[in-house]
Design a protein around this ligand. Structure first.
Ligand SMILES: *Cc1c(COP(=O)(O)O)cnc(C)c1O
Length: 381
């Protein structure tokens, strides 16, 4: 039996050992409240300032454009609600988003739709990509917010963010991108992308869980998110999570420095895995490997129900997902795959493999062997 093969890096990644070492002092000796105006507090704030400066430098922003949150979900909620309400105040009550957003954006927009905002849900093509012309056609003088993710978490497909951000800007609309899944694999430069807001999360690149970033371009007005203290320039109250902020910045720094090497390795492992499982009949890839993250492979095994497959793989020590971890408790088929044109029955035959830099060739070969055996067992039942 395989001992703990982990092919679910799109759900989360293990904390890097060096990152943990950098975090540890801030749980103990350096425990200060970063807002306390005394020596112990100042040490906390110095660490936060350093983290903010480093992240700003790495994404091409100014430090006062970087806000720390409790993770990708909070950053996404803040961008969507904060952006939509601020735009409503100037008479723009139309939101444009896509049919493939993460639940952190999707559910927020659905809530705004119930509150009376009008919403256009852009479709995707059969390879899972949003088309720029669809956005062009949907923009009106009432469009306040456009939210399009940078890379999809279920298929890994990259979206044309730069082109879309430029269209939104011309239209006077705010443009937000959920870059949580893109950040581990793509250098992000907010100036080059031309976005107004961008989110990412520490635990997707070997940093701590429960800590994220929202970039808000200077001059962009969005509503306060958490009322209370004056933290984060008065927009997001709450005592700063100093150890996690230090960890997020250290992890992002290391991630950017090692990205091209890691991407190459992950790409090679993914291609090897695909080559092995392609020996099976009835294997279909969802998405677009040429225009996708190196890490994600969304596969349909015809005639095999994914819940049974995942259960059997888990028993053999292989950790996988059908799609978003946030939705895995539900039996609903993936909204992303349905948007790409799969039937509900087809979507229930799909599995997401997501590889990481610590996976080995041995794990890939063993994981592929167990995949092939399990698919065959389930088909012969
Ligand atoms: C993981 C993920 C999120 C949520 O981030 P958390 O930090 O887990 O809340 C949001 N969007 C995408 C695309 C993700 O992959």
């Amino acid at each position: 039996m395989a001992k703990g093969i982990y092919f679910d890096h799109a759900a989360t990644t293990p904390l890097d050992a060096e990152v943990l070492q950098k975090m540890l002092p801030y749980f103990t000796e350096e425990f200060g409240n970063a807002d306390s105006p005394h020596a112990i507090g100042r040490k906390g704030m110095n660490a936060v300032d350093e983290a903010r400066d480093r992240i700003a430098e790495l994404i091409g922003a100014k430090p006062n454009e970087v806000y720390f949150t409790s993770g990708g979900t909070e950053s996404d909620n803040w961008a969507v609600f904060g952006g939509a309400y601020a735009q409503k105040a100037v008479g723009r009550t139309h939101i444009i988003t896509t049919m493939i957003e993460h639940h952190a954006v999707k559910a927020a927009v659905e809530k705004l739709e119930k509150e009376g905002f009008s919403v256009t849900w852009l479709p995707v093509n059969d390879r899972g990509m949003v088309e720029v012309n669809a956005l062009k056609a949907a923009l009106t003088d009432k469009t306040g917010l456009v939210a399009v993710m940078a890379a999809n978490n279920e298929t890994g497909v990259l979206q044309p963010i730069r082109e879309m951000a430029a269209l939104a800007k011309t239209n006077g609309s705010l443009f937000f991108t959920d870059a949580v899944q893109a950040a581990p694999y793509m250098p992000l430069n907010v100036k080059e992308l031309g976005v107004d807001m961008l989110s990412f999360s520490g635990h997707k690149f070997y940093g701590p869980k429960g800590c994220g970033v929202l970039y808000i371009r200077g001059g962009v007005k969005i509503d306060k998110h958490i009322v209370g203290g004056e933290q984060e320039r008065g927009l997001r109250g709450g005592t700063l999570n100093v150890p996690a902020i230090v960890g997020l910045a250290a992890a992002y720094d290391k991630n950017v420095a090692t990205m091209s090497e890691a991407n190459e390795k992950i790409c090679r492992l993914r291609d090897l895995f695909l080559q092995e499982i392609s020996k099976l009949e009835g294997v279909k890839i969802n998405g677009d490997i040429q225009n996708g993250l190196p890490s994600v492979l969304n596969v349909r095994f015809q005639g095999v129900e994914n819940t049974a497959f995942l259960f059997k793989m888990d028993l053999q020590g292989v950790c996988l997902a059908a799609g978003s971890a946030c939705a895995s408790a539900s039996v609903k088929p993936s909204h992303v795959l349905i948007a790409m044109g799969l039937t509900e029955a087809e979507a229930k035959e799909c599995v997401r493999f997501s590889f990481g830099k610590n996976n080995t060739e041995e794990e890939i070969l063993l994981g592929a062997k167990l995949t092939k055996e399990t698919v065959e067992t389930l088909r012969n039942k």
